[in-house]
Design a binder for this molecule. Sequence first.
Ligand SMILES: Nc1nc2c(ncn2[C@@H]2O[C@H](COP(=O)(O)OP(=O)(O)OP(=O)(O)O)[C@@H](O)[C@H]2O)c(=O)[nH]1
Length: 341
Amino acid sequence: MVRQPIPVIIVAGFLGAGKTSLLNHLLRNPQGARIGVVVNDFGKINIDALSVAGQVDSTVSLGNGCLCCAVDASGLDDLLARLARPGSDIDVIVIESSGLADPRGMVRLLLNSTNPRLGYGGLVEVVDAAEFDATRRRHPEIDQHLRFADLVLLNKIDRVAESDQRRLAELVGGLAGGKPVLPTSHGRVDPALLFDRGAVRERQDVARQLSFDELLAEPDDCHEHLHTGYQSVEFAADDPVHPRALMRFLDDRPDGVYRMKGQVHFGAPGQGQKFTLHTVGDFLRFQRSRWGRGEQRRTQLVVIGSGLDQDRVRRDLAACVGEPDPADEHSMLDVLKYTRT
Ligand SMILES: Nc1nc2c(ncn2[C@@H]2O[C@H](COP(=O)(O)OP(=O)(O)OP(=O)(O)O)[C@@H](O)[C@H]2O)c(=O)[nH]1
């Protein structure tokens, strides 16, 4: 029997929109589908890969650089071929693109793929409902990212007033040419909407239509992509970080910082857990969990922003390393205010 090509679905969306949350949701609720994953992060430390690792066997990661122009079609093909190799039993591959990648470049790469075992499975755009207006003001070109979406998740709906939800859904739906817009929280969507064979086939048919000829013919200048205006700083420390010092850094983030993510090892007594940190714009959240067995307790952070003074960010974070005074019982208080377990 001839095997149908494995659909490759691209999950795109601006920094911090909720792509990894969606991916984790899909991996936890696969509904029988065996999912292969490619994660592409902007920073050198691939935090997204760390976040999804352990949940799937078939993850390949491609850190440091946006997939939209960092690799050519053959480079991506090699990555995908590893997942789609005969006998791998994968039903669907999901590529989580970096938050600064141009989805059009990614779609183009897939349409140019020569691997007969793979087929384009559609573009899912995740939109941060709370940040969308501000992001558009800074980057009007983001509108174009929605043009080829097959499905838009209007995510973080819990952070937006009801009246704004309607306005945003209409706005985003218009930019996506009338494609379905689903309000979501933490990327919780019915996986069938992404993986259902009928839906995938429909998206593949649409991809063959005129609009995609247009996409393939469109000039693509990498120098105009969003990632060219952004920098990232990676920070790692084996020694514990002082909670009060890190909170001071977070309260007064250096100019240009938009996104921070990673894990923090605090030295405060009784706080031997792993704290996963996320900032997106003004949003700040820690999540507390146990360190894995054999996992090294260390801080690893990526800071992403535009116009960053990278040396200063590095210096300021290095200055946060240190252990609180054992007499300071409340050193973790401010961290815990922003922590969810
Ligand atoms: N309140 C709220 N927070 C969310 C929602 N979805 C994601 N988040 C939080 O937003 C932060 C960023 O989410 P991620 O899923 O890592 O975003 P991302 O798009 O993968 O980020 P990048 O890969 O860095 O671009 C995390 O702290 C998430 O827990 C949501 O629907 N509501």
